[in-house]
Design a protein around this ligand. Structure first.
Ligand SMILES: Nc1nc2c(ncn2[C@@H]2O[C@H](COP(=O)(O)OP(=O)(O)OP(=O)(O)O)[C@@H](O)[C@H]2O)c(=O)[nH]1
Ligand SMILES: [Mg+2]
Ligand SMILES: [Zn+2]
Length: 306
């Protein structure tokens, strides 16, 4: 028996880095169950696990140690199946592109709300700024000041070019999950930070192909200076967690702040008397943020966002 860290998970095969520094190819014991979570992957990258080594060399994961946190997603809102992107992370680096592909504000806000729910700090990285025309640059500036005003650290970068190296300090000593839509440049950023082609990235010629995932499994890479970067497949749809309606507003910082002055403690800010939030939409609350809030609140169809 040994303890280890799950550093790669492709679905059927799981790589565990043992406490002794050995990489073990592991399988999951059929009766392994994690209390309370129904997911397609009971073991995720970032998990601390116990491994049992058979005499014939086969390694079985027999236990997943309690998680500090995890980022989970449901592939669609209607499906009950969820997938754990990573566990025990210190930071979520959310890559966003204004164009090629377009990242919707709904997607950004859903990710932010999820991170808030698990109290995971977020670093917002606006990538591919080299591609922006004047109009898109204005959009970038608007979004950057919006999220800055909400106290999220934001950066504008071009991962394909060298300035990503300047970001390295943000990652040292932490387990960071790289996340965002497919094609936003997660693997490109990872390679830039490490200064070598560790992860496969999309061909330059296929930048405009949407719907194709280049990274198909999660893997974590150790930084020589300490810390880990976790590359994940791009997220398309993003189902929400099982939040109670009156809870959703807790994960939008500015809505939460104002909601303390609502007359009713279970106010969902949809026209209740004495609501302190609704009158501030378009003023202290950006319309795009309130739209995202409403989209989570009314999460019964799955077509509204990507
Ligand atoms: N112009 C420009 N292209 C970039 C930049 N960053 C990444 N790209 C390109 O965008 C494409 C997609 O990059 P990837 O790193 O494969 O994207 P990904 O987020 O890992 O995508 P998935 O693995 O499918 O989730 C590649 O052709 C990259 O070269 C950038 O800063 N500027
Ligand atoms: Mg990738
Ligand atoms: Zn209210």
């Amino acid at each position: 028996m040994t303890n280890g860290l799950v550093i790669k998970s492709t679905g059927n095969s799981i790589t565990v880095l043992s406490a002794e520094g050995e990489k073990l190819d592991c399988r999951i014991k059929g009766n392994l169950r994690i209390a309370g979570i129904r997911s397609t992957n009971p073991v995720a990258v970032g998990d601390e696990v116990t491994v049992e080594k058979q005499i014939d060399g086969t390694c079985w994961i027999t236990e997943v140690l309690p998680r500090k946190n995890y980022i989970i997603r449901r592939s669609t809102n209607l499906s009950k199946q969820s997938h754990i992107l990573a566990a025990n992370i210190d930071q979520l680096a959310l890559l966003v592109t204004i164009n090629h592909p377009v990242t919707s504000t709904t997607f950004i806000d859903r990710m932010l709300a999820t991170a808030e729910a698990y109290r995971v700090p977020v670093l917002l990285l606006f990538n591919k700024v080299d591609l922006l025309d004047e109009h898109e640059e204005n959009e970038l500036n608007e979004l950057m000041s919006l999220y800055e005003s909400l106290d999220y650290p934001v950066r504008a970068i071009s991962a394909r070019y060298d300035d990503a190296v300047k970001l390295k300090n943000e990652f040292i000593g932490k387990k960071t999950l790289l996340s965002g839509n497919s094609g936003v440049g997660k693997s490109t950023l990872l390679n830039a930070i490490f200064g070598q082609e560790l992860a496969r990235t999309a061909d330059i010629s296929s930048v405009h192909n949407t719907g194709m995932h280049t990274t198909t499994f999660s893997e974590m890479y150790p930084l020589p200076e300490g810390g880990w970067l976790i590359d994940t497949p791009g997220i398309k749809g993003f189902g929400t967690l099982d939040m109670k309606k009156e809870e959703v507003g807790h994960y939008f910082k500015e809505i939460f702040r104002l909601s303390r002055d609502c007359r009713y403690s279970n106010c969902i800010h949809c026209g209740e008397p004495g609501c302190a939030v609704l009158p501030e939409v378009g003023k202290a609350i950006a319309i795009s943020r309130f739209d995202s809030y409403l989209s989570i609140l009314n999460d019964d169809t799955e077509s509204k966002y990507r």
